[in-house]
Design a protein around this ligand. Structure first.
Ligand code: ACM
Length: 749
């Protein structure tokens, strides 16, 4: 819990491939998470061509490290310690998990605090040999994490992952020096841990009759009609716990209570307040049927905990506590009586009673509870650790009252969110959490003072799997961002550009192993500059060292730098692609139509909603149409309950023949075509006269392309007033809510 304030030195040296077996780019050390202190001895290289390591007896991670380094040609393991040129020294005086590593002319010296320190030193050495300069640069490393809790979570309830999959996850975690695996074992959609005393939990609770297809918000909802489920036997759980321990990873099992309990209630309906019947959930979300705080429920949960503590030797048992609706307790005569007899204030105090009672029981087993931040409501259990997920507030409150907190705010730590805005991203729950955003996260809330900060013991990334059906998809969603998270939790996330250089190398390594690691560094997102009377330009941001290659009309090849304005001067196709080192990004392509509007100055008053702001007003006159299949992205502008009033100034008198307006329609999402559109002209931008209007715009499926023939109107200004329903009328979808109006491109000829 102590802080380790470090100065992180970043070094930029030319990469070097001499005498190396491994092709591809290199880095001075290549280690993720970057070590706290790395000091090369100038440019000097060691003479070592083959690292020979003799491991101590009974060292847990031996098998793991030997397996890990199989493909690393520069490293061999030996049982003959006299032949080793990697000298290992155990030093009690070092802090837990820390190590020192010195690459000298003819040997490597490692001092380590404990098993973890030695495992991390050797992992760093393997990464240096694989990804860094080789022969190794002579250097000194002093290394130790900032946070003692460095977690990755996996939800196996929404979708089930095999023992082999979980082992892959643990291997990945170990490679990046994570030390806690939060295993989300029970939820509404499935109970995944065998409990001998309660066999129905896995006979019934581990299976659902079918699963939602598509997104939770889709209408109409669809199900796949396929029975789905699975669970881990106690033997398999022991195998995984041992596998994790051999990598110095502690498994934190989560048994959800009092909410997210439908799978348990379906198995033992007497544990709910209504008595059931209940069904294992087939869709996502939060359900109102939860454990009833009866003696039968406590006996049951204590029985479950009795077996859980024999399977998981770690300090923490996670008991959930999140998202527990109180409806069933409010309706229950038993609960109302219990509230009265215990002198509790309300149902929130009843939740606190529930958690505190379970905490006491778990404490008698010598263990401590972790709960999601809702366990603060109604009074926090005395020894509980809070996992802060609904922002930082729960963690702040815990730390201010002297409780440990683990930070896992949705904004930075939910890896079920989108990581790219590219159109081919697989369906995700929502949100947007890029690699760069994760990397820039600081787990310690700024508002805490030095003493309170000590209670923030670390952070964790969460991988909820409603929209993640396969392990391949877990890799895609989690791995890239977990690399960034590892550096955050190690406390060395100070140089994103340097991280990207290492990320590139590690990414290639994972690709070679067949892992499906996302790569979005070279996704180009255009920023259009238009609507200022100077024509259409586009620019891109991209990591340092990126070149933007573009091809005009399939023929003319050009290059630009990130941030450089590219002038679009022809109505043809432009294709853009980023290149950095050996890597190229996805191609993006636009068919520009440089109509008269692209030369105009545009004004929109009132502005569109900040939720759908695209590239701002420029989006409407950049010569590019918004997508037909989606209203998000840089083209479409959304107005929530307000009219779109848009004025174009052509800066001189022009003759207008046609105006083509384009609207998006999706009434299920409360997006309506305008009931009335008016066009005005003006010579001076002050006095406008109505030129034409349309109030019955006809039937359109999704895109309303509305054409006005103006027959040679002469004007300097054109005002378009597209009316919004404001509030959605009765009888239509979303009635009573604010209507959305979506527009993209005002094509003027
Ligand atoms: C949570 O995401 N419900 C902890």
């Amino acid at each position: 819990m102590h802080y380790f304030y470090l100065v992180f030195f970043a070094f930029f040296f030319q990469s070097c491939r001499e005498n190396s077996d491994i092709s591809g780019p290199r880095h001075p050390h290549g280690i993720i998470p970057a070590p706290a202190f790395f000091q090369p001895s100038g440019e000097e290289k060691s003479n070592i061509r083959q690292l020979k390591i003799c491991l101590p007896e009974n060292f847990g991670p031996t098998g793991y490290l030997q397996q890990l380094s199989k493909a690393v040609a520069q490293l061999t393991w030996t049982a003959d310690c006299s032949s080793s040129n990697v000298i290992l020294v155990h030093e009690d005086s070092l802090l837990s998990e820390s190590y020192r590593l010195a690459v000298e002319k003819d040997s490597v010296r490692i001092s380590y605090a404990d098993d973890r320190g030695l495992q991390y030193a050797l992992t760093s050495l393997i990464q240096m040999a694989e990804f860094g300069d080789f022969p190794l640069r002579m250097c000194t490393i002093q290394d130790r994490p900032s946070f003692s809790y460095r977690g990755m979570h996996l939800d196996v309830a929404r979708h089930f992952f095999s023992v082999e999959d979980v082992k892959k996850y643990l291997d990945f975690m170990a490679f990046y020096k994570f030390n806690h695996f939060h295993w989300h074992l029970t939820d509404d959609q499935g109970w995944r841990i065998e409990i001998k005393k309660y066999p129905k939990l896995t006979e019934t609770g581990a299976w659902r009759k079918e699963t939602l297809v598509g997104h939770y918000n889709d209408e109409p909802v669809r199900y796949d009609g396929q029975k789905y489920g699975g669970f881990y036997t106690q033997g398999e759980i022991r195998e995984i716990v041992k596998y994790a321990a051999d990598r110095n990873i502690t498994v934190v099992p989560e048994i959800e209570m009092p909410g997210h309990a439908l799978a348990a209630l379906a198995s033992y309906p007497e544990l709910g307040c209504s008595g059931g019947p209940y069904e294992v959930a087939t869709t996502w979300g939060v359900f109102t049927d939860v454990f009833c705080p009866t003696e039968a429920t406590f006996t049951f949960l204590e029985g479950v905990i009795d077996e859980v503590v024999t399977l998981f030797p770690g300090k923490y048992i996670h008991i959930g506590g999140d998202e527990c609706p109180k409806e069933s307790w409010k309706k229950s005569a038993f609960c109302q009586q219990l509230i009265k007899s215990r002198g509790l204030k309300d149902v929130y105090a009843l939740q606190s009673y529930f958690i505190t009672r379970m905490e006491k029981y778990i404490n008698t087993k010598g263990r401590q509870i972790i709960g999601w931040d809702e366990i603060l409501e109604g009074g926090l259990a005395p020894n509980a650790t809070v996992m802060s997920w609904r922002g930082n507030e729960g963690g702040i409150e815990a730390a201010m009252t002297g409780h440990e907190a683990i930070m896992t705010p949705g904004s930075h730590c939910y890896f079920d969110h989108y990581q790219s805005e590219g159109p081919e991203e697989p369906l995700a729950i929502g949100g947007f959490t890029s690699l760069e955003k994760v990397y820039g996260w600081n787990p310690v809330p700024e508002s805490l003072n030095a003493e309170q900060r000590n209670f923030i013991i670390g952070g964790q990334a969460n991988v909820w799997t409603e929209y993640i059906r396969t392990y391949d998809r877990v890799e895609y969603m989690a791995y890239a961002r977990a690399m960034a998270m590892s550096e955050v939790l190690w406390g060395t996330n100070s140089n994103y550009q340097d991280f990207l250089d290492r990320f590139d190398i590690h990414h290639l390594y994972w690709q070679k192993t067949g892992a499906n690691v996302a790569y979005h560094l070279l996704d180009l997102k255009p920023q259009f500059l238009s609507g200022d009377g100077k024509g259409v330009r586009v620019k891109f941001t991209a990591p340092e060292g990126t070149v933007i290659n573009y091809v005009i009309n399939g023929q003319e090849e050009k290059k630009a730098k990130p941030g450089e304005e590219i002038v679009i001067d022809r109505s043809v196709n432009y294709t853009f692609q980023a290149k950095r080192g050996e890597r190229t990004g996805r191609k993006i392509s636009f068919n520009f139509d440089l109509h008269l509007g692209t030369q105009a100055i545009i004004q929109i008053d009132p502005p569109p909603s900040s939720k759908y702001f695209g590239n701002g007003p420029a989006s409407l006159v950049n010569g590019v149409n918004g997508r037909n299949d989606s209203y998000s992205g840089v083209e479409w502008l959304g107005f929530e309950g307000t009219d779109a009033v848009i004025t174009l100034d052509f800066q001189k008198n022009v003759t207008l023949n046609q105006v083509l307006l384009r609207f998006f329609k999706a009434e299920g999402q409360w997006i309506y075509l305008p009931p009335l559109i008016e066009l005005y002209t003006s010579p001076d931008g002050v006095s406008f006269s109505k030129y034409t209007s349309i109030s019955n715009i006809g039937a359109y499926e999704k895109i309303g392309d509305i054409l006005f023939n103006l027959g040679g109107a002469n004007t300097r200004f054109l005002k378009i007033h597209a009316h919004n329903y404001g509030v959605i009328p009765d009888g239509r979808q979303g009635a009573g809510h604010r209507a959305w109006l979506f527009i993209d491109e005002i094509a003027v000829r």
